[in-house]
Design a protein around this ligand. Structure first.
Ligand SMILES: [Zn+2]
Length: 136
């Protein structure tokens, strides 16, 4: 019956473990994203009048339920770029982890649903196909 599901669960779990080994690696990061915004200075004589404005590098942060931006000094641009990129990658892995865990959960539900059996006398029971020993 559902040894296919079991195989899928094992595949997902393998990916999950690989991802976890990445997630626990030492890293430095800044919670936020580094972005460029454009601000018009207001002078009609300035070059920025006819375009979108002067570029400014800013940090976009989300804290205590609020979004806000903060100016980043030029000397911190490279550092901030690396730190926020590190954070972006980390968040991406966390999302992948959630996705994998949800998929495993869904597969386990599927397996449970498909495992209903009945004895000769009509008693209902679940028989989940699986490995006879724990994997880890
Ligand atoms: Zn201007």
């Amino acid at each position: 019956m559902s040894t296919q599901i079991l195989k899928k669960i094992q595949d997902k779990d393998k990916k999950r473990q690989e991802l976890l080994s990445q997630l626990v690696l030492e890293r430095k990061m800044v919670k936020g994203s580094f972005c460029q915004i454009f601000v018009k200075c207001g002078s009609k004589k300035c070059w920025c009048y006819s375009v979108k404005g002067h570029p400014h590098k800013r940090m976009s942060l989300h804290e205590n339920g609020k979004n806000y931006t903060r100016a980043v000094p030029v000397e911190d641009h490279e550092w901030m770029k690396e730190m926020t990129e590190s954070y972006r990658k980390y968040r991406l892995m966390r999302r992948q982890m959630n996705k994998l865990e949800n998929e495993i959960k869904r597969l386990l539900d599927q397996q449970e649903e498909k495992s209903l059996k009945r004895t000769k006398k009509g008693k209902a029971y679940l028989e989940i196909p699986g490995v006879s020993e724990p994997i880890c």
